[in-house]
Design a protein around this ligand. Structure first.
Ligand code: LRH
Ligand code: MN
Ligand code: MN
Length: 427
């Protein structure tokens, strides 16, 4: 299924006058504060987030999986789904592939299909946390960190293969996330595991094309429940520095122990010029992979505040970040869930763009703690939805993507096309 522009625009017309009124009012209010609403709308319109190929179907937990009808069963259908998301939101102009969950059998055709939806290929993700059919060595006890050379070599070779696919599709980065670790004390030697990981990453790094970057993702636990080799941003940074200037850290919001100050991690990594990518989701307990902004929207705003500050004060030459949603959808329609996540990201970004940084710095210089908080919360509590809608409108997206998705009965069409009992590869 493909959405036609006029289907979206017809529905937009019904709300066009209301949007013009709300946008006009907010623009005037921002103007009085010396904020250029037009410049913010432009930044929002330019902001694109990659959709992971593994998150378009219903996920589940180890206790069960409940299907949503009309799920995509192959890469082409997944790209079609991202095309739908992009047509509605104008924010999902990229896809991030997980190999081997989504191996492009005909990369040129896949690229052409993505092109036709205005979608580019963002980072490619390797997978050495599951054994694949026909594989000689097992990853049961480790991959890049494993004590056996043959296992490490197989894992390095897989990453090289992922780079090869990425090159054919126009990707420019590789994300490495490892499940390597130990579930019990005494299982592994911490130092040897870390040394093996560093060496394996260096070998992958050596295969990286000149204009590529490598992202090293960290996570404190799961599936290893005693120790994880790349457990935190410090380990990730150490490994990235041990590889070279094309290696960066990747922050996944769900990969922190409860109450970790993620915004401070963002500030630190950007100060070092070493923040490469970002996986958005939300959580209450662990790596819950819930809809972005559904649990801690204020934290998301504070993180964006550091991202915006980092982009505006970029002495360390931190490269533009690779943004991606890394959520899984257990009970919601995955497409509606992704629309909500995209909206939450845009909201936090817009709020962060409203922060009066010079005033905040003056308040900090005066040790005016109260004013500092007032300035941040003034931005956070501004209803920025008219700005986001305006950005979408100008790119021919839907004023209200969820309502449009429902009015056009997209899911029903997908069920008719693909069937009720389809299962997508991925999480
Ligand atoms: C690990 C992770 C990582 C994987 C994805 C499937 O928890 O966040 O990014 O590649 O999930
Ligand atoms: Mn992730
Ligand atoms: Mn995760």
């Amino acid at each position: 299924m493909k959405l036609e522009l006029n289907q979206i625009q017809d529905l937009n017309k019904q709300k066009a006058a209301e949007q013009a009124e709300h946008f006009g009012f907010l623009k005037l209010a921002l103007d009085k504060k010396g904020i250029d609403a037009e410049a913010i709308v432009q930044k929002l319109a330019d902001f694109q987030v990659a959709i992971p190929s593994w998150a378009l179907g219903s996920g589940g937990t180890r206790f069960g999986r409940f299907s949503t009808g009309g799920q995509p069963v192959n890469l082409e259908q997944k790209i079609e789904d991202i095309g739908l998301l992009h047509a509605l939101t104008q924010t999902a102009g990229a896809v991030s592939l997980h190999i081997p969950w989504d191996i492009p059998t005909d990369p040129a055709a896949t690229k052409q299909l993505a092109d036709s939806h205005g979608i580019v290929f963002d980072a490619v993700n390797s997978n050495t946390f599951q054994d694949q059919e026909g594989q000689v060595e097992t990853y049961k006890y480790g991959s890049l960190a494993d004590r056996q050379t043959a296992v490490r070599e197989q894992a390095v070779a897989h990453n090289t293969e992922v780079i090869r696919y990425g090159k054919l599709l126009g990707s420019k980065s590789l994300t490495v996330w490892l499940a390597d670790g130990a579930s019990f004390p005494g299982q592994n030697n911490f130092r040897k595991s870390l040394q093996n990981t560093q060496r394996s990453l260096q070998e992958i790094y050596a295969e990286l094309p000149a204009d590529w970057r490598m992202f090293i993702e960290y996570k404190p636990y799961e599936p290893s429940f005693y120790s994880t080799v790349i457990q935190d941003w410090g380990t990730s940074l150490m490994l990235a520095e041990g590889c070279g200037e094309k290696a960066f850290c990747l922050v996944d919001l769900g990969h922190h122990l409860p109450n970790t100050n993620i915004e401070q991690i963002v500030a630190t990594l950007m100060m070092k010029g070493k923040l490469g990518g970002f996986h958005f989701n939300d959580s209450k307990y662990g790596d819950d992979d819930l809809t972005v902004g559904s649990i801690k929207p204020y934290q998301l705003f504070l993180i964006f505040n550091e991202l915006v500050y980092g982009m505006n004060h970029n002495e360390a030459n931190n490269p533009p970040l690779a943004w991606m949603i890394d959520a899984s959808h257990n009970i919601k329609d995955p497409l509606e869930d992704l629309i909500q996540s995209l909206e939450a990201i845009q909201l936090a970004y817009a709020q962060a763009l409203l922060v009066d940084t010079p005033a905040l710095e003056a308040a900090q210089a005066d040790n005016d703690v109260v004013l500092g908080q007032e300035l941040l919360q003034d931005a956070y509590r501004t209803d920025v939805r008219p700005l986001i809608r305006e950005a979408r409108l100008r790119r021919n997206g839907a004023l209200n993507p969820i309502t449009t998705y429902r009015s056009l009965q997209v899911r029903d069409h997908l069920i008719k096309e693909r069937g009720l009992k389809t299962v997508a590869t991925g999480l």
